[in-house]
Design a protein around this ligand. Sequence first.
Ligand SMILES: *C/C=C(C)/C=C/C=C(C)/C=C/C1=C(C)CCCC1(C)C
Length: 273
Amino acid sequence: MDRNPFLKKRTAVVGGALALAAITIPSAAAQTAETVGLEATDYVGISFWIATAMMLATTVFFLVERQNVAAKWKTSMSVAALVTGIAWYHYTYMRQHWVDNGSSPIVYRYIDWLLTVPLQIAEFYLILAAIGVASVVMFRNLMIASIVMLVAGFFGETGAWEIFGDASTEIWWAIGMAGWIYIIYEIFKGSINDAAQQASESVQFAFNSMRWIVLVGWAIYPLGYMMGNDMIPGFGEGDMNIIYNLADLVNKTAFGMMVWYAATMDTKAAASE
Ligand SMILES: *C/C=C(C)/C=C/C=C(C)/C=C/C1=C(C)CCCC1(C)C
Protein backbone atom coordinates (compact mmCIF):
# COMPACT_ATOMS: atom_id res chain seq x y z
CA MET A 1 0.00 0.00 0.00
CA ASP A 2 1.04 3.58 -0.63
CA ARG A 3 2.21 5.25 2.52
CA ASN A 4 0.63 8.56 1.72
CA PRO A 5 -1.29 8.53 -1.56
CA PHE A 6 -3.03 11.83 -0.77
CA LEU A 7 0.23 13.71 -0.44
CA LYS A 8 1.48 12.16 -3.68
CA LYS A 9 -1.60 13.23 -5.60
CA ARG A 10 -1.47 16.73 -4.23
CA THR A 11 2.19 17.04 -5.20
CA ALA A 12 1.34 15.95 -8.75
CA VAL A 13 -1.44 18.53 -9.11
CA VAL A 14 0.60 21.38 -7.67
CA GLY A 15 3.49 20.34 -9.92
CA GLY A 16 1.18 20.49 -12.94
CA ALA A 17 -0.05 23.96 -11.99
CA LEU A 18 3.51 25.19 -11.56
CA ALA A 19 4.53 23.76 -14.92
CA LEU A 20 1.63 25.61 -16.53
CA ALA A 21 2.70 28.83 -14.83
CA ALA A 22 6.29 28.32 -16.01
CA ILE A 23 5.13 28.02 -19.62
CA THR A 24 2.73 30.91 -19.27
CA ILE A 25 4.66 33.63 -17.52
CA PRO A 26 7.43 34.12 -20.12
CA SER A 27 5.00 34.02 -23.07
CA ALA A 28 2.64 36.44 -21.30
CA ALA A 29 5.56 38.83 -20.78
CA ALA A 30 6.51 38.56 -24.45
CA GLN A 31 2.94 39.33 -25.49
CA THR A 32 2.75 42.40 -23.28
CA ALA A 33 5.77 43.77 -25.08
CA GLU A 34 4.21 43.17 -28.51
CA THR A 35 0.81 44.64 -27.75
CA VAL A 36 1.71 48.14 -26.64
CA GLY A 37 -0.56 49.03 -29.57
CA LEU A 38 -3.76 48.37 -27.63
CA GLU A 39 -5.60 51.70 -27.64
CA ALA A 40 -7.73 53.02 -24.78
CA THR A 41 -10.75 53.29 -27.11
CA ASP A 42 -10.29 49.90 -28.74
CA TYR A 43 -13.15 48.24 -26.88
CA VAL A 44 -13.02 45.16 -29.03
CA GLY A 45 -9.29 44.77 -28.28
CA ILE A 46 -9.98 45.31 -24.59
CA SER A 47 -12.65 42.61 -24.63
CA PHE A 48 -10.11 40.24 -26.25
CA TRP A 49 -7.63 41.11 -23.51
CA ILE A 50 -10.13 40.48 -20.69
CA ALA A 51 -11.24 37.17 -22.20
CA THR A 52 -7.61 36.01 -22.51
CA ALA A 53 -6.89 36.70 -18.84
CA MET A 54 -10.15 35.11 -17.68
CA MET A 55 -9.52 31.94 -19.67
CA LEU A 56 -6.08 31.47 -18.10
CA ALA A 57 -7.31 32.26 -14.59
CA THR A 58 -10.20 29.81 -14.75
CA THR A 59 -7.97 27.08 -16.20
CA VAL A 60 -5.63 27.30 -13.22
CA PHE A 61 -8.60 27.51 -10.86
CA PHE A 62 -10.22 24.33 -12.24
CA LEU A 63 -6.92 22.43 -12.11
CA VAL A 64 -6.24 23.42 -8.53
CA GLU A 65 -9.84 22.88 -7.37
CA ARG A 66 -9.88 19.45 -8.99
CA GLN A 67 -8.04 18.06 -5.97
CA ASN A 68 -10.82 19.16 -3.60
CA VAL A 69 -13.73 17.32 -5.24
CA ALA A 70 -14.85 13.69 -5.00
CA ALA A 71 -13.25 11.23 -7.42
CA LYS A 72 -16.32 10.92 -9.65
CA TRP A 73 -16.19 14.66 -10.46
CA LYS A 74 -12.51 14.84 -11.33
CA THR A 75 -12.89 14.03 -15.03
CA SER A 76 -15.55 16.72 -15.39
CA MET A 77 -13.23 19.24 -13.76
CA SER A 78 -10.41 18.21 -16.11
CA VAL A 79 -12.65 18.68 -19.14
CA ALA A 80 -13.69 22.13 -17.87
CA ALA A 81 -9.99 23.04 -17.59
CA LEU A 82 -9.25 21.71 -21.09
CA VAL A 83 -12.01 23.90 -22.55
CA THR A 84 -10.75 27.13 -20.97
CA GLY A 85 -7.11 26.12 -21.51
CA ILE A 86 -7.57 25.57 -25.26
CA ALA A 87 -9.51 28.84 -25.42
CA TRP A 88 -6.75 30.71 -23.58
CA TYR A 89 -4.22 29.45 -26.11
CA HIS A 90 -6.30 30.64 -29.04
CA TYR A 91 -7.19 33.94 -27.38
CA THR A 92 -3.54 34.93 -27.16
CA TYR A 93 -3.45 34.70 -30.98
CA MET A 94 -6.91 36.17 -31.61
CA ARG A 95 -6.16 39.19 -29.46
CA GLN A 96 -2.94 39.80 -31.35
CA HIS A 97 -4.66 39.38 -34.70
CA TRP A 98 -7.27 41.98 -33.78
CA VAL A 99 -4.75 44.50 -32.41
CA ASP A 100 -2.48 44.12 -35.46
CA ASN A 101 -5.08 43.99 -38.23
CA GLY A 102 -8.37 45.30 -36.83
CA SER A 103 -10.11 42.37 -38.51
CA SER A 104 -11.84 39.23 -37.26
CA PRO A 105 -9.62 36.28 -36.36
CA ILE A 106 -12.17 33.93 -37.96
CA VAL A 107 -9.90 30.96 -38.57
CA TYR A 108 -8.42 30.87 -35.04
CA ARG A 109 -11.92 31.34 -33.65
CA TYR A 110 -13.39 28.40 -35.53
CA ILE A 111 -10.44 26.11 -34.79
CA ASP A 112 -11.00 26.90 -31.11
CA TRP A 113 -14.74 26.17 -31.34
CA LEU A 114 -14.12 22.97 -33.27
CA LEU A 115 -12.06 21.68 -30.33
CA THR A 116 -13.94 23.15 -27.37
CA VAL A 117 -17.56 22.53 -28.43
CA PRO A 118 -17.07 18.73 -28.79
CA LEU A 119 -15.35 18.77 -25.38
CA GLN A 120 -18.42 20.44 -23.92
CA ILE A 121 -20.61 17.80 -25.54
CA ALA A 122 -18.35 15.24 -23.83
CA GLU A 123 -18.96 17.07 -20.55
CA PHE A 124 -22.68 16.70 -21.16
CA TYR A 125 -22.19 13.02 -21.75
CA LEU A 126 -20.34 12.65 -18.44
CA ILE A 127 -23.20 14.31 -16.55
CA LEU A 128 -25.80 12.24 -18.41
CA ALA A 129 -23.80 9.11 -17.57
CA ALA A 130 -24.04 10.12 -13.91
CA ILE A 131 -27.85 10.05 -14.16
CA GLY A 132 -27.73 6.82 -16.15
CA VAL A 133 -29.26 8.06 -19.41
CA ALA A 134 -26.17 8.52 -21.55
CA SER A 135 -26.29 6.56 -24.77
CA VAL A 136 -23.49 6.33 -27.30
CA VAL A 137 -25.93 6.98 -30.15
CA MET A 138 -27.12 10.20 -28.58
CA PHE A 139 -23.55 11.27 -27.90
CA ARG A 140 -22.65 10.62 -31.54
CA ASN A 141 -25.68 12.54 -32.79
CA LEU A 142 -24.91 15.54 -30.60
CA MET A 143 -21.32 15.45 -31.79
CA ILE A 144 -22.35 15.36 -35.48
CA ALA A 145 -24.90 18.15 -34.98
CA SER A 146 -22.32 20.38 -33.28
CA ILE A 147 -19.82 19.83 -36.08
CA VAL A 148 -22.44 20.57 -38.77
CA MET A 149 -23.30 23.76 -36.87
CA LEU A 150 -19.67 24.92 -36.73
CA VAL A 151 -18.63 23.93 -40.25
CA ALA A 152 -21.68 25.71 -41.66
CA GLY A 153 -20.75 28.82 -39.65
CA PHE A 154 -17.20 28.64 -40.97
CA PHE A 155 -18.27 28.48 -44.62
CA GLY A 156 -20.81 31.24 -44.05
CA GLU A 157 -18.37 33.62 -42.37
CA THR A 158 -15.29 33.00 -44.50
CA GLY A 159 -17.05 32.69 -47.84
CA ALA A 160 -14.81 29.66 -48.40
CA TRP A 161 -17.59 27.69 -50.10
CA GLU A 162 -20.27 29.86 -51.66
CA ILE A 163 -22.38 27.10 -53.17
CA PHE A 164 -25.55 29.05 -52.44
CA GLY A 165 -24.43 32.07 -54.43
CA ASP A 166 -25.55 35.47 -53.10
CA ALA A 167 -27.55 33.83 -50.32
CA SER A 168 -24.59 31.82 -48.98
CA THR A 169 -24.19 33.86 -45.78
CA GLU A 170 -27.85 33.37 -44.87
CA ILE A 171 -28.20 29.73 -45.94
CA TRP A 172 -25.07 28.57 -44.11
CA TRP A 173 -26.39 30.44 -41.07
CA ALA A 174 -29.70 28.58 -41.35
CA ILE A 175 -27.90 25.22 -41.62
CA GLY A 176 -25.91 26.13 -38.49
CA MET A 177 -29.19 26.99 -36.73
CA ALA A 178 -30.62 23.59 -37.65
CA GLY A 179 -27.66 21.87 -35.95
CA TRP A 180 -28.11 23.93 -32.80
CA ILE A 181 -31.90 23.42 -32.67
CA TYR A 182 -31.38 19.67 -32.99
CA ILE A 183 -29.04 19.75 -29.96
CA ILE A 184 -31.62 21.71 -27.94
CA TYR A 185 -34.31 19.21 -28.88
CA GLU A 186 -32.15 16.24 -27.81
CA ILE A 187 -31.26 17.65 -24.39
CA PHE A 188 -34.71 18.96 -23.49
CA LYS A 189 -36.89 16.11 -24.69
CA GLY A 190 -38.92 13.95 -22.33
CA SER A 191 -37.03 10.78 -21.44
CA ILE A 192 -33.86 12.59 -20.35
CA ASN A 193 -35.88 15.07 -18.37
CA ASP A 194 -37.67 12.27 -16.50
CA ALA A 195 -34.42 10.51 -15.66
CA ALA A 196 -32.87 13.76 -14.46
CA GLN A 197 -35.62 14.11 -11.84
CA GLN A 198 -34.27 10.98 -10.12
CA ALA A 199 -30.69 12.27 -9.85
CA SER A 200 -29.04 13.83 -6.81
CA GLU A 201 -29.49 17.54 -6.27
CA SER A 202 -25.99 18.43 -7.47
CA VAL A 203 -26.20 16.34 -10.64
CA GLN A 204 -29.55 17.96 -11.41
CA PHE A 205 -28.00 21.35 -10.88
CA ALA A 206 -25.11 20.58 -13.24
CA PHE A 207 -27.44 19.10 -15.86
CA ASN A 208 -29.91 21.99 -15.74
CA SER A 209 -27.30 24.71 -15.88
CA MET A 210 -25.67 23.05 -18.88
CA ARG A 211 -29.00 22.86 -20.67
CA TRP A 212 -29.70 26.53 -20.06
CA ILE A 213 -26.24 27.47 -21.18
CA VAL A 214 -26.82 25.64 -24.48
CA LEU A 215 -30.23 27.29 -24.91
CA VAL A 216 -29.50 30.85 -23.76
CA GLY A 217 -25.69 31.15 -23.76
CA TRP A 218 -25.25 29.58 -27.18
CA ALA A 219 -27.99 31.80 -28.65
CA ILE A 220 -25.54 34.72 -28.43
CA TYR A 221 -23.41 33.23 -31.24
CA PRO A 222 -25.90 33.24 -34.12
CA LEU A 223 -26.79 36.80 -33.09
CA GLY A 224 -23.11 37.80 -33.30
CA TYR A 225 -22.87 36.14 -36.71
CA MET A 226 -25.83 38.17 -37.95
CA MET A 227 -24.28 41.40 -36.67
CA GLY A 228 -20.90 40.76 -38.26
CA ASN A 229 -22.19 39.50 -41.60
CA ASP A 230 -24.61 42.23 -42.69
CA MET A 231 -27.72 40.39 -41.62
CA ILE A 232 -28.65 43.10 -39.08
CA PRO A 233 -28.17 46.67 -40.33
CA GLY A 234 -26.10 49.06 -38.22
CA PHE A 235 -23.68 46.52 -36.78
CA GLY A 236 -20.26 45.35 -37.90
CA GLU A 237 -17.27 43.10 -37.30
CA GLY A 238 -16.28 44.87 -34.09
CA ASP A 239 -19.70 44.27 -32.53
CA MET A 240 -19.56 40.64 -33.57
CA ASN A 241 -16.19 40.13 -31.88
CA ILE A 242 -17.31 41.74 -28.62
CA ILE A 243 -20.40 39.51 -28.69
CA TYR A 244 -18.37 36.36 -29.46
CA ASN A 245 -15.87 37.18 -26.67
CA LEU A 246 -18.67 37.72 -24.20
CA ALA A 247 -20.35 34.51 -25.31
CA ASP A 248 -17.11 32.55 -24.84
CA LEU A 249 -16.80 33.89 -21.30
CA VAL A 250 -20.34 32.81 -20.46
CA ASN A 251 -20.13 29.46 -22.20
CA LYS A 252 -16.66 28.36 -21.17
CA THR A 253 -15.94 30.10 -17.87
CA ALA A 254 -19.45 30.09 -16.39
CA PHE A 255 -20.05 26.61 -17.77
CA GLY A 256 -16.98 25.29 -15.92
CA MET A 257 -18.01 27.20 -12.79
CA MET A 258 -21.36 25.37 -12.78
CA VAL A 259 -19.56 22.03 -12.93
CA TRP A 260 -17.22 23.13 -10.13
CA TYR A 261 -20.14 24.34 -8.01
CA ALA A 262 -22.07 21.08 -8.45
CA ALA A 263 -18.94 19.04 -7.71
CA THR A 264 -18.22 21.02 -4.55
CA MET A 265 -21.83 20.79 -3.36
CA ASP A 266 -21.91 17.04 -3.95
CA THR A 267 -18.54 16.45 -2.26
CA LYS A 268 -19.69 18.40 0.83
CA ALA A 269 -23.01 16.55 0.96
CA ALA A 270 -21.21 13.19 0.81
CA ALA A 271 -18.76 14.22 3.55
CA SER A 272 -21.56 15.20 5.97
CA GLU A 273 -23.51 11.96 5.49
C1 LIG B 1 -16.65 27.67 -26.53
C2 LIG B 1 -17.33 27.91 -27.73
C3 LIG B 1 -18.65 27.67 -27.95
C4 LIG B 1 -19.54 27.13 -26.88
C5 LIG B 1 -19.15 28.00 -29.26
C6 LIG B 1 -20.41 27.83 -29.66
C7 LIG B 1 -20.81 28.22 -30.94
C8 LIG B 1 -22.08 28.22 -31.43
C9 LIG B 1 -23.22 27.74 -30.60
C10 LIG B 1 -22.30 28.70 -32.77
C11 LIG B 1 -23.49 28.70 -33.40
C12 LIG B 1 -23.82 29.14 -34.77
C13 LIG B 1 -25.15 29.02 -35.15
C14 LIG B 1 -26.19 28.44 -34.25
C15 LIG B 1 -25.64 29.45 -36.50
C16 LIG B 1 -24.70 30.35 -37.21
C17 LIG B 1 -23.30 29.90 -37.14
C18 LIG B 1 -22.77 29.72 -35.72
C19 LIG B 1 -21.59 28.77 -35.90
C20 LIG B 1 -22.26 31.09 -35.22
